[in-house]
Write a protein that binds this ligand. Structure first.
Ligand SMILES: Cc1cc2nc3c(=O)[nH]c(=O)nc-3n(C[C@H](O)[C@H](O)[C@H](O)COP(=O)(O)OP(=O)(O)OC[C@H]3O[C@@H](n4cnc5c(N)ncnc54)[C@H](O)[C@@H]3O)c2cc1C
Length: 404
């Protein structure tokens, strides 16, 4: 390094998706950057997210994407600044081509493994001269310095906290950092599971027939929000994209009462009148009519049979209403550690629009450690990239302005 160069130092704490995209966007001529990570490797949750198809982002227009976040406006500036197209362009620059799947989600081209995506990003960061220190667990502050492993002290001009949420602890994101933030009187919202399994008290007989089977092409409504997709019936309850997206609404109902009511539309492509007409005009028996004329799957028919009385099942009016609006009672959320993501963390009122802690100048928080929520489908991870790139580019710009 040039001995006469006067650059500020940046400590990034945590080495997940948001940290990697911050490091990839920061200007190495303006800052000396070090990542401090408690694990022996970076991006473990990024790789876990790659299991079973590496959903890198979503291809929707950024305006539609912004509406998927809770609260939506909080992330608007960073998502607009570094959107899903910026991500695909950056990945292409580093040799990772992507494609849009039938679900409109974005994946690496066939044959590219998650580890290759991670390595391409790491190469970019290393080529920029970013230093990476492993097995460095941040353990709070010692006066103005950062403490690692309860003993080492580090001074940095700028600190970027990218410590993650509190699920899948095996990846390193254990949420223990909240106690240090509380000591500094930084407001913390307790973690809750999001994009998780939802508890339904199925009967044993229903489970014996249907456990592990999917309900496809359905639409679920909770409060006034609806989501199309699919769910899988499990011994615990329901999981899958159609219910994950309703996590905020279900959580809210559960916090007010002990249970939450959701409604499943088993046939979103047909109007209730069309279903009723097909039921009343069919000469076939009821179960055959449901599968052949209304095209319900075996598990959908089983759901109706198991939860309706014989009289209700045979009544065209009641049955058509139930097909369009099948009520299910949710009685709880899965363990936080099993959830795909967490809600909670640093209270949003603690940070400025550039994610800087209001009471700690030059200390920024990015990624899942802040109290926002989004469904799976690439939205979670896109927000992490966007926050990282946004803060890095603000710092690049500020530093240029200061020099002029
Ligand atoms: C099973 C699974 C599937 C997923 N699928 C999707 C999907 O399809 N689409 C989508 O958008 N998102 C998905 N996600 C979510 C997405 O992976 C996360 O939201 C994202 O990785 C969070 O990034 P982050 O940088 O905020 O935190 P993380 O990636 O969690 O990184 C935080 C880092 O900080 C380190 N750390 C924590 N405490 C300390 C400390 N005290 N000192 C030093 N280092 C510390 C951790 O070891 C970790 O490396 C999935 C997640 C899981 C678990």
């Amino acid at each position: 390094m040039d001995a006469n160069r006067s650059v500020k130092s940046i400590a990034i704490i945590g080495g997940g998706a948001s940290a990697l995209f911050f490091a990839a966007a920061i200007d190495p001529d303006k800052f000396d950057v070090t990542i401090y990570e408690k694990n022996k490797t970076l991006g473990r949750k990024f790789l876990v997210a790659g299991d079973g198809g590496f959903n890198l982002t979503h291809s929707e227009s950024i305006e539609t994407m912004i509406e998927r976040y809770t609260p939506s406006l909080f992330l608007k500036e960073s998502l607009t600044h570094f959107d899903n197209t910026s991500l695909r362009n950056l990945l292409s620059e580093i040799g990772i081509e992507t494609f849009i799947g039938s679900s409109k989600r974005v994946y690496p081209e066939k044959g590219i493994k998650p580890i290759e995506v991670l390595n391409a990003i790491l190469d970019r960061i290393k080529n920029k001269g970013v230093e990476i220190k492993f097995e460095q667990t941040w353990t709070g502050w010692s006066e103005d310095k950062l403490s690692f492993n309860d003993s080492d002290e580090v001074n940095a001009d700028i600190v970027v906290y990218a410590l993650g949420g509190a699920s899948w602890k095996v990846t390193g994101s254990n949420g223990l950092w909240i106690s240090y933030f509380k000591q500094k009187n930084i407001g913390i919202v307790p973690f809750q599971a999001s994009n998780c399994a939802f508890e339904v008290k199925w009967s044993q007989d229903f489970l014996n027939k249907n456990e592990g089977l999917p309900l496809k092409n359905i639409e679920i409504t909770s409060a006034n929000k609806s989501q199309r997709g699919e769910v899988v019936i499990t011994s615990y309850g329901l999981e899958g994209n159609a219910i994950y997206a309703l996590s905020p609404e279900i959580r809210k109902q559960l916090s007010n009462t002990d249970t939450a009511e959701i409604f499943i539309d088993l046939k979103p492509s047909l109007l209730i009148t069309e279903i009723k007409n097909r039921l009343s005009s069919s000469s076939k028996n009821r179960t055959t009519t449901l599968s052949k004329e209304i095209k319900l799957s075996k598990v959908q028919v089983s759901l109706l049979k198991s939860f309706l009385t014989k009289e209700e099942y045979m009544d065209d009016e009641i049955l058509s209403r139930r097909i369009k609006q099948f009520p299910v009672t949710i009685s709880g959320l899965s363990e936080i550690d099993e959830a795909i993501s967490t809600f909670g963390g640093v209270d949003l009122s603690e940070v400025s629009s550039s994610y800087e802690l209001k009471n700690m100048h030059n200390h920024y928080c990015i990624g899942e450690m802040l109290n926002w929520d989004a469904p799976t489908g690439g939205y979670l991870i896109q927000a992490c990239y966007s926050m990282g790139a946004f803060v890095a580019e603000l710092l690049n710009e500020e530093s240029t302005t200061l020099k002029e």
